[in-house]
Structures are given as structure tokens and as C-alpha cells.
Design a protein around this ligand. Structure first.
Ligand code: NAD
Length: 296
């Protein structure tokens, strides 16, 4: 099957590489970053010069892009996917975006007979590389069933949550919690270090205690303690996801006081110029204020 992939970034690259490993997939790739495309081409993918060219070649098209504005511009316009898209194709948007944007894009695609599925993921770069992502799917059942074998090459836990946009809504809830947990881990570890505790001992004990979380386990040993904040999930992207939670909450009249505070901590990290660093770098906000470093 001809599969197109747009957005060969931190997540998209290992996901596309997993598709390349499958004998059933001919992979077509597009990204504004030529170096990212070249790397995949060296591994067997076919490059495309535009989303339109990719839509001419592929039956199933996957997007893994930073935000809704970029997804929308990838679909629309003269060089967009929909300019060449035809009935029977399926577009899967695996980016984390607002359900409202997905519903708009799904309607445009469906007007041309193209199925449109939202399928955001959780599991980070490590889960993308291992092909073990959790995938939260929204869309028509028949369309979801058609692309299930492709999704199974990327993830292990695939949940069809509901109609168009339901996968995005689920992802917003998850990432609101991720942001809150990450901000909480950062301030707690700084308090412990300032109190004279060894960060490695704290990690060991909290992992076995009631304060544990994914943010603690995935981000302390491999990122914070190793002073390695380069790859992973960017602060800018998590801030965007928390903004999606805030917008959803406002539209539904739901207060999110803990989330709002956590989002402001991400805003502080962005203001310090840490936007492209991994979310664990929020700890630097407190480290600098308090004068300690939580490292091995
Ligand atoms: P990234 O910034 O590393 O990658 C995005 C890619 O999109 C880059 O290669 C960039 O060049 C490309 N791109 C940007 N504009 C483009 C355009 N107009 N046309 C084509 N390509 C374009 O981001 P990422 O970390 O891979 O995240 C991608 C999506 O996945 C985001 O929506 C993010 O919220 C979500 N996500 C990320 C993680 C993570 O751990 N990094 C986990 C779950 C979900």
C-alpha cells in the first residue's frame, strides 16, 4: 500500500521508519525540512515536493505536524493535500490539535469523498521508536477499520474513542495531566534537593511511593539527572496542548485552576528561551530561582 507521511520530526521520523520496515508499505514523505526528508529517502522512502504531490501518490496519508494552523495549511491551498485528494483515500492526522479544527478539516475532506481520522498519540519519542504508542482515534468506524493495520505498525494500544474530534479531546485531557504532573515533579525535586536529598535516592523512593507519575519516571532519570534536555517533547508543544485544554474548558465553562497555574510555569520556561527544550526543562525555572541543580 502507498502511504504518505508529512512531518518527519521528533515523533514523525521514528514513526515513518516503522512504516518503512513493513513489507506492505511504500512510503512517500514530505517535510519543509529537507534534511529530515533526505534521511528517510536514504532509508528507502520516496520524496515529494508538496502535500499535493504526496496526495497524488498515496492511498493513506499520515500527518504528524506541530499544530492545527500547519495541519490546516497542509490540507488547503493550491499545493495542499485536498488539491489532489480523491475519493477512497484516508487522511490520518496524528498531530495534537483542537477537535474544532479537526471537525472543520474532516468536513472539507469528506466533501471530496476522503475519509478523515484524528489519531493523536501518547508515549513520546521512545514509544514512537518502539512502535508502542497509545493511539486515541476519532472518526467513522468503517474508515478506522480500514487503516487499523497501518495504525498497528505505529502503536500497541489503539482506542477508537468516538466521532471526529474525539481522539483530540482525549489527547487534550491526557496532556493537561502530563503538564500538571511535569510542573509538580519539577518543583518537588527542587525542594528535595534544596533540603539536601540525593536526587537519585528521591527518584528511587518516589517510584515506589504514592507520588509517582509518568512524568517522574520518564523524565527524571533520562533527562533531568543526565542534564539532557535536547530531544523529546518540546515545551512549546506542551504549552500549546495546555492552551487547547484552556480553550476547551472556557467553551464548556469548566474551571481548571491547577492546569492554569501549571501552564503559567510552562510560560515562564518559554520566556526563559527554553521553548524547544524537552518539557523536563521546566525544572530550570525553579533551579535558577532557588540556586540548586537536580543532577546525578
Ligand atoms: P517536531 O517539531 O519535532 O516535528 C514537527 C515536524 O513538522 C518537523 O520536522 C517540521 O519540519 C515539520 N513541519 C513543520 N511545518 C511543516 C509544514 N508546513 N509542512 C511540512 N512539514 C512541516 O514535533 P514533534 O515532537 O514530532 O511533534 C509532532 C506532533 O506530535 C505535535 O502535534 C506534538 O504535540 C505531538 N506529540 C509529540 C510528542 C513528543 O513526545 N514529541 C508526543 C505526543 C504527541
Amino acid at each position: 500500500m502507498n502511504v504518505g507521511f508529512i512531518g518527519i520530526g521528533a515523533m514523525g521520523k521514528p514513526m515513518a521508519q516503522n512504516l518503512l520496515k513493513s513489507a506492505q508499505v511504500q512510503l512517500y514523505v514530505y517535510d519543509v525540512n529537507a534534511a529530515a526528508v533526505a534521511e528517510l529517502v536514504a532509508q528507502g522512502a520516496t520524496p515529494c515536493q508538496s502535500p499535493k504531490e504526496l496526495a497524488e501518490a498515496a492511498a493513506v496519508i499520515i500527518m504528524m505536524l506541530p499544530n492545527a494552523a500547519i495541519v490546516e495549511s497542509t490540507l488547503t491551498g493550491e499545493q495542499g493535500l485536498l488539491a489532489a485528494g480523491k475519493a477512497g483515500q484516508t487522511i490520518i492526522d496524528m498531530s495534537s490539535v483542537a477537535a474544532t479544527s479537526t471537525k472543520k478539516m474532516a468536513a472539507l475532506a469528506q466533501a471530496k469523498g476522503i475519509d478523515y481520522i484524528d489519531a493523536p498519540v501518547s508515549g513520546g519519542v521512545a514509544g514512537a521508536a518502539a512502535g508502542t504508542l497509545t493511539i486515541m482515534v476519532g472518526g467513522e468506524d468503517a474508515a478506522v477499520q480500514t487503516v487499523l493495520p497501518i495504525l498497528q505498525l505505529l502503536g500497541k494500544k489503539i482506542y477508537h474513542v468516538g466521532a471526529s474530534g474525539a481522539g483530540d479531546s482525549m489527547k487534550v485531557v491526557n496532556n493537561l495531566l502530563l503538564g500538571i504532573n511535569m510542573a509538580a515533579v519539577a518543583e518537588a525535586l527542587v525542594l528535595g534537593t534544596k533540603s539536601g536529598l540525593d536526587p537519585k535516592v528521591m527518584l528511587e523512593i518516589i517510584k515506589e511511593s504514592s507520588g509517582r507519575s509518568y512524568a517522574l519516571e520518564a523524565k527524571t532519570a533520562n533527562f533531568i539527572l543526565k542534564n539532557n534536555f535536547a530531544a523529546g517533547f518540546a515545551i512549546d508543544l506542551e504549552y500549546k496542548d495546555m492552551e487547547l485544554a484552556m480553550e476547551t474548558a472556557k467553551s464548556l465553562d469548566v474551571p481548571l485552576p491547577v492546569g492554569a497555574t501549571a501552564q503559567q510555569i510552562f510560560a515562564m520556561a518559554k520566556a526563559k528561551g527554553l521553548g524547544r527544550e524537552d518539557i523536563s526543562a521546566v525544572i530550570k525555572v525553579w533551579e535558577e530561582l532557588v540556586g540548586v541543580q537536580v543532577r546525578e
